[in-house]
Design a protein around this ligand. Structure first.
Ligand code: SAH
Ligand code: SF4
Ligand code: F3S
Length: 489
């Protein structure tokens, strides 16, 4: 929307525009001026580092924050010694918070060595009042703190923080606003996350996300399609559509549109070869979506379908709106409509009141579904959620034991699933040169399994046919079979 020279043409003697995104570009220009002054004083250029905690939605937000910093004139340096360090935080489980507190201690040391250092905190954890209290009390050296709802105002807030001493805090309770067309600095040139919605309305009883991300808001289909078309022109072949519950996409739009209808439209963008999405809530997964997935040439053969628990009683306590039978029936339907579909999931162990029988139900579902992979979590008590005040929190030793047993079960099934593909030839999107072994490149199958194969950096971003020669449990070693083919998926 704006380019380098446009930003220098913005007249900073005028009042900032009221409308977005123009207002933010005005403040980017202002930040650029402040940064240049500082750089002159210091006699060097300034660097930034953005560290992301949490989910893919946070990762996408970080690309937008980095885009703004680069536009302003900071140079990327992935080190905590950078002149501006930004932490985009997560609070879904206690250990996500602990990581941030630990790293802040370290940053304080680095700040003492660099008088120009700026420390910025944003994201989900900042939406919690207790966190802000603790920051004010024990971490006064932090320069700027904002939350999830006003992330689009980063340039404006940064500009204000150049002009004042001490900690600048701006946290909003909620928003109904979606600002389009801000700069983005993508991590990969060939694939990209695309937000299709923000927030969550589900209030699963253990989960803090609805409190820190606010109510569900869908982006307009025309904005999503325009973004994907631009990405495709820019070299992107794979998009990952992002939302806490993509299956309820479009319900609150002025002109409602289903997620399946949105997928059909995205499929028509020629240069897009692969479409992924997450996360799908089982309660809202429609027959229409299953049909679209079955017919599609571009939607990847992978569905992340969080189970959380296999016990119908616990699922009710979790406020998930499905039971064990309904979940298994859904899996059957998916498997018969979409052959070769890989299923992955999220499971929580140790939810309050979970008994050994409940846990056995979870193991039973894991065995029956046969997940290609599963993220297993120990229940973490989140202040303010209904589950936090439930009685019968499960003792730590019991939870740990169940967690180990679950992990073993999950790993065994996953290895079996992967093993079955050995010998097949499959399209692989090559993503990077292997870090450990530079003679190899690493990519992904449509079903999301990782493959290492001999090759050079030239292959990165291309889809090539690979014979899967050896299965190593979670990943494969393979070999390219045709050097210049570009298969569809
Ligand atoms: N919206 C997605 C999940 C987002 S959070 C969905 O509903 O599927 C990612 C995962 O973190 C969840 O699926 C859940 O398994 C886990 N999680 C959320 N809150 C948790 C908590 N309090 N303790 C442990 N795990 C939790
Ligand atoms: Fe949390 Fe449930 Fe919303 Fe997922 S659907 S973000 S688990 S409340
Ligand atoms: Fe964490 Fe926020 Fe995502 S709490 S999981 S970063 S939505």
């Amino acid at each position: 929307m704006y380019n380098e020279t446009d930003l220098d043409k913005i007249n900073l003697d005028m009042e900032p525009p009221a409308g977005e995104p123009d207002r933010q570009y005005y403040f980017m220009a202002k930040c650029r001026r402040s940064l240049r002054e500082l750089e002159e004083r210091a006699g060097r250029s300034f660097t930034f580092s953005v560290q992301t905690f949490g989910c893919q939605m946070n990762a996408r937000d970080s690309e937008k924050l980095a885009g703004i910093l680069e536009t302003v004139g900071y140079v990327r340096a992935d080190s905590e010694e950078a002149d501006l360090v930004l932490y985009n935080t997560c609070t879904v489980r206690e250990n996500a918070n602990n990581k941030v507190w630990g790293r802040l201690g370290y940053l304080n040391g680095s700040r003492k060595r660099n008088p120009y250092k700026k420390i910025v905190l944003c994201g989900c954890m900042m939406q919690e009042p207790e966190v802000i209290e603790k920051l004010k009390k024990s971490y006064p050296f932090v320069n700027l703190v904002f939350g999830t709802h006003n992330i689009y105002k980063f340039a404006e807030l940064l500009s204000a923080s150049f002009e004042q001493q001490g900690m600048l805090i701006d946290i909003w309770k909620d928003t109904d606003k979606i600002v389009e067309d801000l700069p983005v600095e993508r991590k990969y040139f060939f694939k990209s996350g695309v937000n299709i919605m923000f927030g969550c309305n589900n209030f699963c009883s253990y989960c803090i996300v609805p409190y820190v991300r606010g109510r569900e808001r869908s982006r307009k289909p025309e904005d999503i399609l325009r973004e994907i078309e631009q990405l495709a022109e820019d070299g992107v072949v794979e998009v990952m559509l992002l939302g806490q519950n993509v299956n309820s996409y479009g319900k609150n739009l002025k002109e409602p549109l289903t997620f399946a209808e949105l997928l059909r439209k995205i499929e028509q963008i020629e240069k897009i070869k692969r479409i992924r999405f997450m996360t799908s809530h089982p309660k809202d997964l429609s027959d229409e979506l299953i049909e679209v997935m079955g017919k599609s040439k571009k939607i990847c053969k992978h569905l992340h379908l969080p189970l959380q628990s296999g016990s119908s009683r616990i699922l009710k306590e979790m406020n998930r709106h499905y039971d064990k039978e309904k979940y298994l029936a859904l899996v059957d339907k998916l498997r018969s409509a979409v052959p070769d579909l890989a299923l992955t999931t999220d499971i929580i162990v140790g939810f309050p009141g979970e008994t050994e029988e409940d846990f056995q139900e979870t193991l039973d579902v894991v065995r029956r579904v046969g997940y290609e992979s599963a993220f297993t979590f120990i229940y973490s008590r989140r202040t303010g959620t209904p589950a936090a005040s439930m009685e019968r929190q499960v003792p730590e030793a019991v939870v740990k034991d169940r967690f180990e047993r679950l992990l073993k079960e999950v790993q065994e099934t996953a290895a079996q699933k992967a093993g079955a593909l050995t010998g097949a030839t499959e399209p692989v999107l090559v993503e990077e040169v292997n870090e450990q072994d530079q003679t190899l490149v690493t990519g992904r199958l449509s079903n999301n399994f990782v493959v290492h194969l001999p090759g050079t950096g030239e292959l990165v971003g291309r889809i090539v046919n690979v014979k899967l020669k050896e299965c190593k449990g979670f990943y494969f070693y393979g070999e390219m079979v045709e050097s210049f083919s570009e298969p569809a998926v």
